[in-house]
Design a protein. Structure first.
Length: 890
RNA sequence: GGGGCGGUAGCUCAGCUGGCUAGAGCGCUGCGUUCACAUCGCAGAAGUCGGGGGUUCGAAUCCCUCCCGCCCCA
C-alpha cells in the first residue's frame, strides 16, 4: 500500500480508528499460557469516580512507553489495567448527589446506599477506561480488574484472615485521626498537614491546696482542656520538683489533676508544664498510659462536645466550644495570656475538614514485622527507586513506621470479616460468612466497618492476577517489573505493596519503582480542580493528537521532576510535540513516493552506498544504542530527545536534503537505488524507535511503506537491531566535516547579506585527503545546501577581498566577495573570532604548561588537550594571516 | 523540630560516576515561501552554572557554609 499521505497531518482522523484496530486484533493481549518472556506492569488503578487528568496522562504515557518498547523487543508485555473503588472519595461523590435530593446516606440505610453507589459505578465507572484508550494506553483490557470485584474481595478477606491469625491484625482503643465530616477514622497517611495561623493560650490551673498560685499550661486547642486528666512536667525541671505528685483543679470542670513527671515534656517550651488530654492527643495518650491517667472523651463523632463535659458546653461544635471556654476562662480569671502562633493542623485528604485526634475502637495492622523485610529488600538492592533519592524517603518512613489503622466507618468498601456473638463474647474472623457463633450457637453480627481503600490496593499486583487461587495468570504475571507512580503515594501504596507482596507471595511485587514528576501550571502550582488551572488531556488529544501530548510529556520530564504546562496557552504548551508530529508527517509524505517494495526488502549494504547513506545508517545504529540505554535506565526524556535529534536534526535536515536530487535519478540508477533503499530503512527504523512514544503516527507511516498493507503493524515489533556493519566512524567523521563547511558558508553568507538565491564561489585550501574525498563524494549535495561552488586551490593564498573561515582540520575557506565585503567589517569579524580562540588557547596552554597536569591527568585527557591546542592554534595562525592580508587591501 | 529536593540562557529544563570551546525546546532578532513541512528553513543575540570557601592537575558536577524557593514527616 503505497498511497500518499494526506497533505495535512490530522491526528484526530488517524488515532481513534487505529486504536480500535489494534484492540480488535488483540495486539495488547497475551494469554497466560503463551507467556514466555514476561514484562508486566500493574497500572496504578485510577479512582472509579475519576476522570483523566494530566497527571494520569504523564503516568500512563511512561508506562505505555515501557510496555510498547518491551513488546516490540519480543517480550510478552502485559499491562494490567483496572480501577480502585476509592472508599471515601466515591462515597463522598454519591453522598453529594444524595444531598441534592435532600437525602443523607442514613435516610437510605446501608444496603440501599451501597446499591446506589454500585449503580453510580456502573453508569460512570468505565469513562476513564475509554479516556485511556484515547491517549493510546496499550492495556490488556481483557484483564481489567476492580478492587471491589469478587476475586479481589476474596483476596482481601484471605489477607485479613491470615494476618489476623498471625497476630498482625488487632483491635484496640487508640487515638486515631478522625474526620468529623466523613465520620470515619483515617490513617496517618490520609491526613494532610497545613500551616494554620492560630493562637497560643496560657491558662492557669490552680493548686488544689488553697492559697497557691498554681501552674500555667499552654495550648492551641483550649476546648480540649475539658478532657484534661493531668498536667506533666519534665522530671529534671527544678521549677516544678516540689509540685510533682500534687494536684491541680481543672478550671470550669473542677476535676482534680495529678502533676506527673515525664521525659516527653520540653522544659524550654512555654512554661514547661503541659496539660494532658489522653483522649484527644496521641502524645498525651502515651503520657496517660505511663501514668495511669483517666481518658475523658469530650467529643462526639461529629466533633460536637459530648456528655462528658459540663452541661453548658454539651452539644456545642468544637469551635464554638473553644470560644465559650475562652470567654469563661477569661471571666473567671484563668486566662493569663494569648499570643499568635502558627501550627500545623491535620486535614482530611478527601474533604479538607480539620481532623480531630480522637480516641476510638479501631482495627490496626502491626507494621514493624512487615516493614523489616521491605526495608531489607531496598537495602540489599533488590528494590530500586528511580530517581534513587526517593529510596531515602522510603527508608525513613519504613524505619519509623507505625501501626496502620485500617478500619473505616464507611459503607462503601470491603466489610471487615469479623463477627461478634450476640450471646457470648466470642469474636469470629472467617473467610466464609458464618451463620452462628461457633462457641455457643448464638446469633452473630458483623463488624459494621469497612477496610481502608489502600488495604485492597496493597494487594493489587497479585490480587489482579488471581491470588489466592494458584492461577496460570498468577504464575505467569507475578512478579511485575516496573511500577510507575507519583511521589505522593510512596507510603500509601508502594511501600504497602512491597510489604504485602513479600508477605503473601514471598517475592517483591516489582523491582523498579519509577517515580514520575508532578504536573504543574506555568506558575508552578499543582494542577487542581479547585484552582481551575487544570488541562483536560482529551482536549489536548482533540486539538493536537495523543502523540503530540505524549511526546511533549515524555520529553519534558526527567523522572521525578516537575513539569510545567501553561493551561492558558495550550498551543505553546504542546508545541514541541505538535511541531514534531507535523515534521514527521511531512518527511514521510516526501519520502514515501520514491520507495518501492524492493527498497524495503533489500539490505542497504547490498547497494552502492554513498557517504550520506553510510552516514545516516551509522547514525541510526548509534541512536538505537543510545535509546536502549536510556530506556533501560528509565531516562525516557533522553530517549525522546534522541529520537527527535535523529529524526529532525539528522534525517530531515541533512539526509533528506542531501539525497533529494539522487532520488530523482540525477546520479544514475545506482545512486538512486542506494538512496531509496537507505531511505526506506532509515524511515522505517525511525518510526519504530518513535513508536513507544508516538504510537499512532509511527504506525500510520510504517504501514504505508511499500509492500505493507492495512494488516501490517509495528506494535508487535520488531524493535530495531541494526547490524554492526552500519556503524561507520569514517562516514560520521567525514559528514561532520562537510556539515562544518556548510555551517561556515551559511554563516558567512548571512553575515554579509549575500542574496539567498545567489551562488557563491568557495575556495578550499589545505584540505586533508579525507575532506577532499568527502567533497568529491557528496560535493553536489553540500554545494546545494550551501549554495556554493567549491573549488580547491593550493599554493598561494587567494588574493582580493573576501571572507575567511578556518575549519577544525586546519583547512581554509575563502569566499571572494569583491562587491560585498566591507574590509572593516571583515576585520572586526576576524578579530572577534580571534579573541574567542585566544581565550580558549590561553586556558589550554596554561593547562599544558602545568607539570602537575601532565603528570596527574590521564594520558587520553592530556592527548585531547594537546589536540585541542594544536587545532585552535592552527586556526588562530590562519586567521591572523588573513587579517594581515586585509591590511593590504583596505 | 526531623528528612528530602531544587537554584544552569528571558521562560521551562537537560547535563550520569569531575575532563571536548556548557546544551535543548519555547521566546527573541535578521533573512528566506515555485521546489515534503511557515506547525517550516537558515543565521544570530543571550549564561559571574545562587553567593562564599575548600578538595583536585582540572569543579556546573565532589565537600563545607550561607542565601533563596519547594515538598514530605513530626
Amino acid at each position: 500500500m503505497n498511497e500518499t499521505l494526506d497533505p495535512r497531518y490530522d491526528p484526530e482522523g488517524i488515532e481513534a480508528p487505529l486504536y480500535r484496530r489494534w484492540e480488535a486484533a488483540g495486539l495488547f493481549h497475551v494469554p497466560a499460557g503463551d507467556v514466555k518472556r514476561p514484562y508486566v506492569i500493574s497500572i496504578p488503578p485510577p479512582n472509579v469516580t475519576g476522570v483523566l487528568h494530566m497527571g494520569h496522562a504523564l503516568n500512563h504515557t511512561i508506562q505505555d512507553v515501557l510496555i510498547r518498547w518491551r513488546r516490540m523487543q519480543g517480550c510478552d508485555a502485559v499491562w494490567v489495567p483496572g480501577m480502585d473503588h476509592a472508599g471515601i472519595a466515591t462515597q463522598n461523590v454519591v453522598e453529594r448527589e444524595l444531598a441534592k435530593e435532600g437525602l443523607t446516606r442514613w435516610d437510605l440505610g446501608r444496603e440501599r446506599f451501597v446499591e446506589r453507589v454500585w449503580a453510580w459505578v456502573e453508569e460512570y465507572g468505565d469513562q476513564i477506561l475509554d479516556q485511556q484508550r484515547a491517549i493510546g494506553d496499550s492495556c490488556d483490557w481483557e484483564r481489567t480488574r476492580f478492587t471491589l470485584d469478587e476475586g479481589l474481595s476474596r483476596a482481601v478477606r484471605e489477607v485479613f484472615v491470615r494476618l489476623y491469625e498471625k497476630g498482625l491484625i488487632y483491635r484496640g482503643s487508640y487515638i486515631i485521626n478522625w474526620c468529623p465530616r466523613c465520620q470515619t477514622a483515617l490513617s496517618n497517611e490520609e491526613v494532610e498537614h497545613k500551616e494554620v495561623a492560630g493562637k497560643l493560650y496560657q491558662i492557669r490551673y490552680p493548686l488544689a491546696e488553697a492559697g497557691e498560685e498554681g501552674v500555667v499550661v499552654t495550648t492551641t486547642r483550649p476546648e480540649t482542656m475539658l478532657g484534661d486528666t493531668g498536667v506533666a512536667v519534665h522530671p529534671e525541671d527544678a521549677r516544678y520538683h516540689a509540685l510533682v505528685g500534687a494536684e491541680l483543679i481543672l478550671p470550669l470542670v473542677g476535676r482534680r489533676l495529678p502533676i506527673v513527671a515525664d521525659e516527653y515534656v520540653d522544659p524550654e517550651f512555654g512554661s514547661g508544664a503541659v496539660k494532658v488530654t489522653p483522649a484527644h492527643d496521641p502524645n498525651d495518650f502515651e503520657i496517660g498510659e505511663r501514668h495511669g491517667l483517666l481518658r475523658v472523651n469530650v467529643m462526639s463523632a461529629d466533633a460536637s462536645m459530648s456528655d462528658e463535659v459540663p452541661e453548658a458546653y454539651r452539644g456545642l461544635d468544637r469551635f464554638e466550644a473553644r470560644e465559650r471556654v475562652l470567654e469563661d476562662l477569661e471571666t473567671a480569671g484563668f486566662l493569663v495570656g494569648t499570643e499568635p502562633h502558627t501550627h500545623a493542623v491535620g486535614h482530611c485528604y478527601r474533604c479538607d475538614t480539620a481532623v480531630e485526634p480522637w480516641l476510638s475502637e479501631q482495627w490496626f495492622v502491626r507494621m514493624k514485622p512487615l516493614a523489616e523485610r521491605g526495608l531489607a529488600a531496598h537495602r540489599e538492592g533488590r528494590l530500586r527507586f528511580h530517581p534513587e533519592h526517593f529510596g531515602k524517603k522510603y527508608d525513613h518512613w519504613m524505619e519509623n513506621i507505625r501501626d496502620w489503622c485500617i478500619s473505616r466507618q464507611l459503607w462503601w468498601g470491603h466489610r471487615i470479616p469479623v463477627w461478634y456473638c450476640e450471646a457470648c463474647d466470642a469474636q469470629v474472623v472467617a473467610r466464609e460468612d458464618p451463620t452462628e457463633c461457633p462457641e455457643c450457637g448464638g446469633g452473630l453480627e458483623q463488624d459494621p466497618d469497612v477496610l481502608d481503600t489502600w488495604f485492597s490496593s496493597a494487594l493489587w499486583p497479585f490480587s489482579t492476577v488471581g491470588w489466592p487461587e494458584e492461577t496460570e495468570d498468577l504464575r505467569a504475571l507475578y512478579p511485575t517489573h516496573a511500577l510507575v507512580t507519583g511521589p505522593g503515594i510512596i507510603f500509601f501504596w508502594v511501600a504497602r505493596m512491597v510489604m504485602m507482596g513479600l508477605e503473601f507471595m514471598g517475592e517483591l511485587p516489582f523491582r523498579d519503582v519509577v517515580i514520575n514528576g508532578t504536573v504543574r501550571d506555568h506558575l508552578g502550582r499543582r494542577m487542581a480542580k479547585s484552582l481551575g488551572n487544570g488541562i483536560d488531556p482529551l482536549e489536548v488529544v482533540e486539538r493536537f493528537g495523543a502523540d503530540a501530548m505524549r511526546y511533549t510529556l515524555v520529553n519534558a520530564t526527567a523522572m521525578g521532576t516537575n513539569i510545567q504546562l501553561n493551561y492558558q496557552d495550550l498551543e505553546s504548551a504542546f508545541a514541541v510535540g505538535r511541531n514534531f508530529g507535523n515534521k514527521i508527517w511531512n518527511a514521510a509524505r516526501f519520502a514515501l513516493p520514491y520507495l518501492s517494495e524492493e527498497d524495503v526488502a533489500e539490505s542497504p549494504l547490498d547497494r552502492a552506498l554513498e557517504l550520506e547513506d553510510r552516514w545516516i545508517l551509522s547514525r541510526f545504529h548509534g541512536v538505537v544504542l543510545e535509546i536502549n540505554e536510556a530506556l533501560e535506565a528509565f531516562r525516557l526524556h533522553d530517549a525522546a530527545s534522541a529520537v527527535y535529534r535523529f529524526g529532525w536534526g539528522e534525517f530531515c535536515d541533512w539526509y533528506l536534503e542531501l539525497v533529494k536530487t539522487r532520488l530523482r535519478g540525477d546520479r544514475g540508477e545506482e545512486g538512486r537505488a542506494a538512496a531509496t533503499t537507505t531511505l526506506a530503512h532509515a524511515l522505517d527504523g525511525w518510526m519504530r524507535l518513535l513508536h513507544p512514544i508516538m504510537p499512532f503516527i509511527s504506525e500510520t507511516i510504517a504501514l504505508r511503506l511499500p509492500g505493507r498493507g492495512e494488516a501490517y503493524t509495528i506494535v508487535s515489533g520488531p524493535w530495531p537491531e541494526p547490524p554492526e556493519e552500519w556503524s561507520d566512524a569514517a562516514a560520521e567523521r567525514d559528514m561532520s566535516s562537510l556539515q562544518e563547511i556548510v555551517g561556515h558558508v551559511r554563516n558567512l553568507r548571512a553575515e554579509y547579506g549575500v542574496d539567498p538565491g545567489r551562488e557563491v564561489r568557495v575556495m578550499v585550501r589545505g584540505a586533508t585527503p579525507e575532506l577532499r574525498s568527502a567533497l568529491e563524494g557528496a560535493g553536489e549535495g553540500v554545494a546545494r545546501l550551501a549554495r556554493a561552488a567549491f573549488q580547491e586551490v593550493d599554493g598561494q593564498p587567494p588574493s582580493g577581498p573576501g571572507a575567511h573561515a578556518v575549519l577544525r582540520s586546519g583547512a581554509e575557506l575563502f569566499l571572494p566577495l569583491a562587491d560585498l565585503v566591507d574590509v572593516e567589517r571583515e576585520r572586526a569579524r576576524l578579530s572577534k573570532e580571534l579573541a574567542r580562540l585566544e581565550k580558549i588557547l590561553a586556558s589550554s596552554k596554561a593547562r599544558l604548561e602545568s607539570r602537575k597536569f601532565l603528570e596527574r591527568a590521564p594520558a587520553d585527557v592530556v592527548e585531547r588537550e594537546r589536540e585541542k591546542e594544536r587545532s585552535v592554534e592552527e586556526r588562530r595562525r590562519r586567521l591572523v594571516e588573513k587579517r594581515r592580508a586585509l591590511e593590504g587591501t583596505g
